[in-house]
Write a protein that binds this ligand. Structure first.
Ligand code: AMP
Length: 191
C-alpha cells in the first residue's frame, strides 16, 4: 500500500498519516519531521535548511528529492509507505513518478485533504501555543498557506489525471476524517 497525503498545513495530514501508518504497519515518511531531526542533530543538511525552514519557505527540490530517494530505498519502505509533506512542487511530483517507475511500484491512492484556510489558520495557531514550532508564527503560517496554494495545490490535478486521487473532507474531528479515509481504503482494496 503506497499512500500519499496532500493537504495544506493544518489539514491534519500528519495526524492522519500516523493513524494510517499504525493501522497498516507501514512507515510514516514525513519530510518535515526528517528535516526537524536533521536540524536538531545539526547535520550539514540540518544547518543548510534551518533558515529556509524557519522562514516557512520551501527547501530546494534537489535536496528534497535526494532525501526521499534515500528514504524510499530503506528496507522498511519495501512493503509500502505513507508519504506526508512530499511532493510539494511539480518537479518533486515528477521526480517521485520517475523513482516509483524505476522500482516498478505505483501509488495506491492519493488523498487530498480539503479544508478552508480559516480552519487551517485556527489549528496552526493552536499548535503554535501548544508545541511552539518555530515556523508556526502568523507570518510563517501565511507564507506556508500561500506556498501551498501556489506550488502544491496544482498536484491535486496531477494525481487526478493519473486516476489515483480521492478527496477527503478534512474539516471534521480526527476520528471523522480517519473514518472517511478508512472507507476509501476499503474501496481501493476491493478494486
Ligand atoms: P511540514 O512539517 O510538512 O509542515 O514541513 C515543514 C517545513 O519543512 C516546510 O515549511 C518546508 O520549509 C520544509 N519542507 C518539508 N517538506 C518539504 C518539501 N517536500 N519541499 C520543500 N520543503 C519542504
Amino acid at each position: 500500500m503506497n499512500i500519499l497525503l496532500l493537504g495544506p498545513q493544518g489539514s491534519g495530514k500528519g495526524t492522519q498519516a500516523k493513524r494510517i501508518s499504525a493501522e497498516f504497519g507501514i512507515p510514516h515518511i514525513a519530510t518535515g519531521d526528517m528535516l526537524r531531526v536533521a536540524m536538531e542533530a545539526e547535520t550539514p543538511l540540518g544547518l543548510r535548511v534551518k533558515p529556509i525552514y524557519e522562514a516557512g519557505r520551501l527547501v530546494p527540490d534537489e535536496i528534497m528529492i535526494e532525501l526521499i530517494r534515500e528514504r524510499l530505498e530503506e528496507p522498511d519502505a519495501a512493503d509500502g509507505f505513507v508519504l506526508d509533506g512530499f511532493p510539494r512542487t511539480t518537479p518533486q511530483a515528477d521526480a517521485l513518478d520517475a523513482m516509483l517507475r524505476e522500482i516498478g511500484r505505483e501509488l495506491t491512492v492519493v488523498f487530498a485533504l480539503q479544508v478552508s484556510d480559516e480552519i487551517c489558520i485556527e489549528r496552526l495557531l493552536k499548535r503554535a501555543r501548544e508545541e511552539g514550532r518555530p515556523d508556526d508564527t502568523p507570518e510563517g503560517i501565511r507564507t506556508r498557506l500561500e506556498l501551498y496554494h501556489r506550488e502544491t495545490e496544482p498536484l491535486v490535478e496531477h494525481y487526478r489525471a493519473q486516476g489515483h486521487l480521492v478527496t477527503i473532507h478534512a474539516d471534521g474531528t480526527p476520528n471523522e476524517v480517519f473514518a472517511e479515509i478508512q472507507a476509501a481504503l476499503e474501496q481501493v482494496a476491493v478494486r
